[in-house]
Design a protein around this ligand. Structure first.
Ligand code: NDP
Ligand code: PYC
Length: 339
């Protein structure tokens, strides 16, 4: 990026929230959505940073998300808590139910949050990081759009189906991984298309099923799962657990619901699991966090980096120096402010 402009987290947050509010999003939802978009940019997760604002405004303009939806929590006091996003964004629904989920996991050892009927565009690390801050291990997953061919096939059927895991650490940032079960998120391919750069080999095939490094051909063809049959199976699990099991859309249905248009962000459900390591380990007499630390330290001792280390380093730098935005990104932000 040539000569980026540095902008503080708070300033960018206020601007993104303001844009969403002016587009009719109720303030609490605008705050939650702005938070994940700006946090993505701050952490140098460009595929789910401010570039996603454009997608949010597109679904708002298309009337495919309810900007005034107020998440409704359905809690029968059991391990499974439901929150109905009511066709609104997923992030306000998650934050509305997060504390209840954490409390229930501490009470019962494990608890699940079912998010229904939400417009989902964001990275999942937000969910598991928030729960790890409460001392909980967590898993988060959701379907997306049918862009990805199953291993051995060539037709798009599975979503990019992200899965994130968080593990709390004493006195350190949590262990968090968060990735699409496709080789890369679709957002990464879209960023290559915009930049006019080829995608790496092995990410996708074209319409004829031939390997391609052309982002246009990849978006028009099928993306591939990571780890061949292994990623394909994990992706299928995500469809089953966060689609079929919840009675919410799977990725093919989500795409059909939007009239087959991948230009609009997907509407479906999501599943977040929270587990209290202290409850699971109680009878062992061992401290699960200290035991986990031995493994994480041993990984680092080999010179290997932990997932999220890059992200946390980017966060620290951005909070110190500001978030770098290109001239094009700033111009787009200003354009949205004039809408
Ligand atoms: P990446 O392939 O970039 O992988 C991301 C994860 O792997 C991060 O936790 C990252 O940590 C870690 N990682 C990367 N390189 C290394 C390394 N060398 N050693 C150790 N760990 C490493 O991400 P994807 O493109 O697959 O996904 C990006 C985002 O897209 C995710 O946040 C995901 O949730 C989101 N997404 C959302 C969808 C939705 O429907 N809402 C659909 C698909 C994806 P670090 O960040 O520190 O580099
Ligand atoms: O990057 O694959 C992706 C994606 C799909 C929905 C939100 N992000």
């Amino acid at each position: 990026m040539t000569d980026p402009t540095l902008i503080s987290f708070e300033a960018l947050l206020a601007r993104v929230q303001g844009i969403l509010e002016r587009c009719g999003v109720r303030p609490e939802s605008a705050a939650a959505v702005a938070q994940v978009i700006v946090a993505g940019e701050r952490d140098a997760c460009k595929s789910h940073g401010i570039y996603r604002l454009e997608g949010c405004l597109r679904v708002l303009a298309a009337g495919k998300v309810d900007p005034q939806a107020v998440p409704q929590i359905h809690d029968a006091g059991r391990a499974v808590i439901e929150v109905d996003a009511g066709g609104g964004f997923s992030n306000p629904a998650f934050y509305a139910a997060k504390d209840l989920l954490a409390a229930r996991a501490k009470e019962m050892g494990l608890a699940a949050l079912v998010i229904r009927d939400c417009l989902h565009f964001s990275a999942l690390w937000h969910d598991v990081e928030a729960l790890a801050a409460d001392g909980l291990a967590a898993l988060s997953m959701c379907p997306s759009y049918a862009f990805v061919a199953p291993a051995g096939g060539r037709e798009p059927l599975l979503g990019t189906n992200p899965i994130a895991f968080g593990w709390p650490r004493a006195g350190a940032t949590p262990y968090v991984f968060d990735f699409a079960t496709s080789v890369a998120a679709r957002g990464e391919i879209e960023l290559h298309r915009r930049a006019g750069t080829p995608i790496p080999e092995g990410w996708a095939v074209d319409r004829e099923g031939k390997p391609t490094t052309d982002p246009e051909a990849a978006l028009d063809g099928a993306m591939l799962t990571f780890g061949a049959h292994k990623g394909s199976a994990i992706s299928t699990m995500v469809e089953l657990l966060s689609g079929a099991m919840l009675g919410e859309f799977m990725s093919r249905e989500a795409l059909d619901f939007m009239g087959g248009s991948a230009a609009l962000l997907p509407r479906h459900g999501a599943l977040v699991l929270a587990l209290d390591p202290q409850v699971f380990a109680a009878r062992s007499g061992r401290d699960p966090i200290a035991e986990g630390e031995k493994l994480l330290t041993a990984i680092g001792a080999q010179g290997a980096r932990l997932p999220s280390e890059r992200r946390f380093a980017a966060r620290a730098k951005a909070l110190r120096d500001g978030i770098p935005l290109s001239a094009a990104e700033l111009a787009q932000l200003e354009r949205f402010e004039r809408l």
